[in-house]
Every structure is written in structure tokens, then in C-alpha cells.
Write a protein that binds this ligand. Sequence first.
Ligand code: AHM
Ligand code: MG
Length: 331
Amino acid sequence: MEKSRIDLPIGITLDRFIKSNQSQYPNAAGELSQLLRDIALASKVVNREINKAGLVDIMGNVGLMNSGGDHQQKLDLLANTRFTRALSKGGEACGIASEETEQFIDLENNGKYIVTIDPLDGSSNIDVNVSIGTIFSIYKKQTPPSEPLQESDFLQKGRTQIAAGYILYGPSTMLVFSTGNGVNGFTYETTLGEYVLSHPSLLFKNASTYYSMNEGLSFDILDKGVTTYITNCKEKRMSGRYIGSLVADFHRNLLKGGIFIYPRTNQYPNGKLRLLFEANALAFIAEQAGGLATANEKAILDIQPIRIHQTVPFYTGPKEMVTTLLAHINH
Ligand code: AHM
Ligand code: MG
């Protein structure tokens, strides 16, 4: 059933937004709201660490320790620790699978939800002060509450996501998420220490203006249709924009109208991006924003995962652009 959209004014805080929307989830008893708050809180801490990253790097180089006496951690590991800690303290999630760890973590509580997360994506941009992001998905635990968490709880189709989102650590920090009722973007107001609604009801701009692909991969692309599509983009004098941080590239395309392409290549014959940690969350957002996200044969959200770190080819953007690309690939 289509949930009714609640129109809330630009500038309201994330907390108020979540409270106002809670009535839409009568069976969630506030746990989902709390889970989103936990993620938002952890992201503020990560944001703070990222903002002083340059300095941390210098301190790291001279072997300084942080206030707790620990050696400075790499930012991606630190982000993993922050999000894991926030989620385990909260108690709403009973398990986490993270891109940073090989196995899922059983939090051994009675939480209803599980979270899959890429705590800090865009590894090649982390230490050069270029935008990076966090990507997360929330699912319901499938095995009965009395039974221990299983790997199968994490191997759910993306279609079953209860909520998904990303945090973009850019010139401003933004939290963009959906609980299956449209997509809303919040900007972090540093002086208030709060996320405030800045981009309500985001929809993919349908202009075919930009394409985003790592063109250094050109000689290694396995699907000829992708190469032809990119050639067509150039013939149409479209602009190429590629940051190499998935969240930043996706967010840019969402706002400006463009397609993101990470194809199958010689080095990554099944694509590079992870289904559970990267593709599913962004596919959920893309569909909620009126766009599409697919691999070669299927919508990303309809792929049955077979392992936690599985990768997929990933094409996402406005419907028309993705449909045209797929027609080239499967022709
Ligand atoms: P990571 O998980 O190691 O950060 O890799 C994922 C990143 C994405 O943010 C980005 O879209 C992609 O890798 C860029 O890959 P490439 O450098 O091959 O273009
Ligand atoms: Mg990643």
C-alpha cells in the first residue's frame, strides 16, 4: 500500500522529521526511528574525524597517539568502529555486516533489524580531502526472534529493505535516506549540530546531461554495449563527471541528471561494487527517486545475494538513460 507522503517544511530537524513520520510505521514501535537516529549520530562523529583528517594524518606520521592513548586509526576503520559501536549500543539492530569485515557481527540482542553498511566508501579519496561517503541498508531479521542470527538474514533481496541511505561528506555533509516513501535530503548544520531538511522529496532530474564512468577502464570493458553507449554520450556532447567516490557521483547525478556506470571489466568480471554494501542501498534510493538501478539482466533490487561480499555491475540514473544503456548491452 502506498504510504501517504507528509509535507514538512524545509529547515525542520531530522529528529522532528522522524517523529512526524513515525505514525507511518505502526508496527515499528519507534525502533526504526531510533536506528536512523543512531546512524545519524555516528555520522556526526565520523564527520568530525574526517574534518580533522589532514591533521590526524600529520599526527599519524609522527606517531602521535590520540587522547585515549591509541595510535590513530585509518579513517575507514575508525568509521567502522563508530558505526558498529552506535548500532550495538542502540539495541534496535541485532546484527551488522560491514564492508570492512569478512563476517557479519552478531550483536546478540533481541533487535528486530539488521544493518549492512559501507562505513567509509571511496577509499582512493579518503586521504586526499575529496568527498567520501557512508552507505547503509536496514532490513528486518528473517529468522524467528528465538533463533540465532544466520548468514541468510543478510542474504535478502534489496527489495526487502525497510530503509536505506547515504551520508555524503563533502563541502557540506548530507544525509539522504528513504524509508520507502520517497527520498529526503538533510544537510548538517554544524553550528546547531543537527541535520536539517534541505532537499525534500528528491526526484532524479531526467535531463540526459552527464555520464559518470571511469574511462580509464575503456579497453577492459567486457560488454560492448557499454562502450557504444559511452560513444553515443560523447556524440551528443554530454559532459563526463567522475569523482571515483560512489556516493558523490550518485548524488551529483541525482541532483543534476546523469547516469552512473560501473561495468564488468577484465579485472572485475562481475563488476567492482558490492551488492550488499553499495548497490542495494543506492538502488533503493534510485527507485524511490523515480530512477532505475540495474545489473546486466536484472534490477539490482531483484538480485538474490549468494554471499555477503558479492559484487555486481552497476548502472543507475534516470529511467530513460538506464533503459537505453540496457538496450545497448542486451542487444
Ligand atoms: P572502495 O569500497 O574500496 O572505496 O571502492 C569503491 C569505490 C566507489 O566509491 C567508486 O565508485 C569506485 O570504487 C571507483 O572505482 P575505480 O577507482 O575503479 O573507478
Ligand atoms: Mg566501498
